[in-house]
Design a protein around this ligand. Structure first.
Ligand code: 2HA
Ligand code: ZN
Length: 275
């Protein structure tokens, strides 16, 4: 099969376009990666031509020899759907998880996303904690969530609780909560370590004054998660723009009741008393 005919590739391209449509990907902002199933890689391998090995910049031994579909460094999410073979690539990792090589795509040159260390370290954590279920890591420059990192304390508890309060679906969609990475230089191993540490507990990590990382099982769940968090952030921005004080909100006991009916576990650390 041709790479561009494969369902996982079509799903990836559609998600890139959806993120662009949301306004989350100015210029070359944001990046996306998918951990390819062995049978999916085998189904398109006829089109592979393998380039030189390159260092990843970190080590992900539990992802050794796996294949990933990733956006290219400096490439625009806006262009993924119209010139995918120029904008994205399939990479293979070596037997130590320290080097990668491009097998398909980036036909006009280039390399995988500048955030490859964060993507791969997040994939490694998620593969291990979900028994291999999670396959998608998504980074976007979500406007309202970024805005909140200038006014809320940079604490997991505060962001989780404030965003849960903004829409009843939130505690059901992200019951484990949200982690916050303080401002750090992007693109390197340090921010990848900090983010992947949070991914042991959460499916969402906010990068202060920069954007968001989401992890999930498939494209629908991962895009839906980013969309839900960002919509909730938009509501909070609107509320805070009207007044610093909510007249009424969803209270800790309301969340506890919701947890019973919706069969989710909501950690008590997010249900603190405010007054
Ligand atoms: O430009 O979003 O974090 C890609 C990025 C870097
Ligand atoms: Zn970014």
């Amino acid at each position: 099969m041709k790479v561009l005919e494969a369902e996982f590739v079509r799903g990836f391209i559609r998600m890139a376009g959806d993120g662009w449509d949301q306004g989350w990907h100015e210029r070359n902002g944001g990046n996306l990666s998918y951990r390819i199933k062995p049978e999916e890689a085998a189904s398109v391998e006829e089109e592979f031509s393998r380039r030189e090995w390159q260092p990843i910049g970190t080590s992900v031994p539990d992802l050794a020899k796996e294949y990933f579909l990733v956006t290219g460094s400096g490439k625009y999410m806006r262009n993924v759907s119209i010139k995918p073979e120029d904008s994205i690539c399939i990479i293979e990792l070596d037997e130590k998880g320290e080097n990668y090589r491009i097998c398909w795509g980036l036909v006009n040159g280039g390399k995988p996303t500048s955030e490859l260390p964060s993507h791969l370290m997040n994939h490694e954590v998620k593969k291990n904690v979900t028994g291999g279920r999670y396959r998608v890591i998504y980074h976007a420059h979500t406007t309202n969530t970024i805005a909140l990192t200038f006014v809320l304390p940079l604490k997991d508890e505060t962001f989780t609780r404030e965003l849960w309060e903004m829409a009843t679906e939130c505690p059901v969609v992200f019951p484990d909560g949200i982690g916050i990475v303080p401002w750090m230089v992007p693109g390197g191993r340090d921010i990848a370590v900090a983010t992947s540490e949070l991914m042991k507990k959460y499916d969402v990590a906010v990068w202060a004054h920069h954007g968001m990382f989401c992890a999930g099982e498939d494209f629908d769940l991962t895009f839906g998660l980013m969309h839900t968090v960002e919509k909730s952030a938009e509501i909070l921005v609107k509320v805070l723009s009207m007044t610093p004080n909510k007249r009424q909100t969803i209270e800790p006991d309301d969340f506890r009741n919701l947890a019973v009916d919706f069969k989710v576990t909501l950690p008590e650390k997010f249900l603190y008393e405010k007054h």
